[in-house]
Design a protein around this ligand. Structure first.
Ligand code: DX5
Ligand code: ZN
Length: 221
């Protein structure tokens, strides 16, 4: 199974954003992960359409946009226009999840759904076949550089079983506390896509770190 590494620009140096993105590309990053936070759903504020559009001009890599906002549907159109490839919304903010996923697809983007650490992945059981991406949070969303929550491993394994049983083709992504010490267990549990912020951008050689993480996802590593 292909392994995808998605550096999160939440940990990038924004004074040098263009260099940081170029570094991710040179290191073989598969996607760029963009964390949108509204200061309501999560206790932090980040960026919106303007930054998505800026990153879109800096790279041709897919943009993996993670919406940590209340009423995410308010932003679908502008984010799609700004160049989002995937938009992933929290089930905790989406009372009409199916409708919201369909709307994302209508706008020409890939549709993802994400569960917080305290939300069972079973909350997504009836939309398994509709998902292009299923994201399991392995920290409480809001900040980079938090510690990986160990119970996420079992949750990823359950998500893998549920996707396989539903013949779902969704990517299975994990976000939060991913680094050298955690990525392998998560990969073994069945994840194929790994967000990493702190582990990449605070590494001595960030470019090489992408490859280090990828190589840990193999039986022989
Ligand atoms: C957390 C964000 C993550 C964050 C991950 O709320 O959704 O994408 O950037 O950062 P690390 O990899 O440092 O835990
Ligand atoms: Zn994220």
């Amino acid at each position: 199974m292909a392994v995808r590494i998605a550096p999160s620009i939440l940990s990038a140096d924004f004074a040098r954003l263009s260099d940081e993105i170029a570094m991710c590309e040179a290191g073989g990053a598969d996607w760029i992960h963009i964390d949108v936070m509204d200061g309501h759903f999560v206790p932090n504020l980040t960026f919106g359409a303007k930054v998505i559009e800026t990153v879109r001009r800096l790279t041709s890599l897919p943009l993996d946009v993670h919406l940590m906002v209340l009423e995410p549907e308010k932003y679908f159109e502008s984010f799609a226009k700004a160049g989002a490839t995937t938009m992933t919304i929290h089930v905790e903010t989406a009372p009409h999840l199916h409708r919201q996923l369909m709307r994302i697809k209508e706008l020409g983007c890939r549709a993802g759904a994400v569960v917080n650490p305290a939300t069972p992945v079973e909350a997504l059981s009836d939309v398994m076949a509709d998902l292009d991406l299923l994201l399991v949070m392995s920290v409480n969303p809001g900040f980079s550089a938090q510690s990986f929550i160990p119970s996420s491993i079992g949750k990823i394994a359950r998500a893998r079983e549920m996707l396989d049983a539903a013949r779902g083709a969704a990517d299975l992504e994990v976000d939060g506390g991913i680094g050298r010490d955690t990525i392998r267990d998560v990969w073994r549990a069945g994840a194929d896509t790994f967000v990493a912020g702190n582990a990449i951008f605070s590494a001595k050689d960030p470019r090489a770190e992408i490859d280090v993480l990828r190589k840990l996802c193999s039986e022989t590593a």
